[in-house]
Design a protein around this ligand. Sequence first.
Ligand code: FVH
Length: 292
Amino acid sequence: MTTHSSDQVSVLGLGAMGSALAGALVKAGHPTTVWNRTPGKADAIVALGAESAATAEDAVRASRLVIACLLDHASVLEVLGPLSAELAGRTLVNVTTTAPAQSRELAAWAADAGVAYLDGGIMAVPDMIGRPGSSVLYSGSAEVFDRHKPLLDLWGDSAYFGEDAGLASLFDLALLAGMYVMFAGFLHGAAMVAPEGVTASAFAERAAPWLAAMTGGFQGFAAVVDGGDYTVEGQQSLGFSSLDDLIAATSGQGISTEVVDMVQRLIRRQIDAGHGEEGFARIIESIRQPAH
Ligand code: FVH
């Protein structure tokens, strides 16, 4: 049996993201009950047609399907820990950002309490919810995912990674790792050109298409990594990839070299281990084996 727009749903947490998720459900016609620790945040959603519950317990009791979108793992435990009896026999979809071990801990707690559990990682900002480009990663109960997919799809593209509840979180954080390092690289470049009077906005105009074009190289690196042979012809070698000039130019601008030093260290460890002729993708071996 799959979710229908007439199915009742409760949303716990009306921060920026919880409000966006609840708003999408209400707009799609789901009878929606909302709860937030601090009163007042429900007003905008109630104006759209949601019911406001006075307590988290009341919100849980209102629906078979409960969505949690709270700050972090600790707040989820604080709110849901005392409600295991009320949640028993219901379905919990937790889209709060948590670490994989925390997602697994919640899944184990839910199993003990008789709660069907699906963990989610949101790859979107609140304004993107329900729009193209928004995706939400899920893992945990396949049955819950399949049954509620029409509802989950209201928020964005829904992707399921498997029964291990920690997998969605792992993918979420792995993707965020790529994002943060890319942002740091962009800001490093902006800081490099700033002493010449170039604004960050002007630099962004050049950086965005350049970095977008460079993502075309991911599959090539991935093929080398998956093949496990870094000697494949046609790759830029580690020896050729030295960042010495880049680091010297960075120092010359009087700014920190920390961002590029990190990449240089990953390259250097492989060259020092005798792999200078092999491809750049080999730095994944430095990442896999922490430096002592
Ligand atoms: N906003 C975003 O762009 C990101 C995108 C990717 C996924 N994240 C994650 O979504 C979770 C919620 O994020 P949020 O943006 O809604 O966060 P806030 O606006 O700060 O709202 C936090 C809500 O959590 C409630 N809360 C915090 N601590 C407790 C607690 N101990 N007990 C009960 N509720 C708690 C808070 O309530 P209040 O402060 O209004 O009373 C808000 O409802 C998050 O995991 C992101 O990483 C969003």
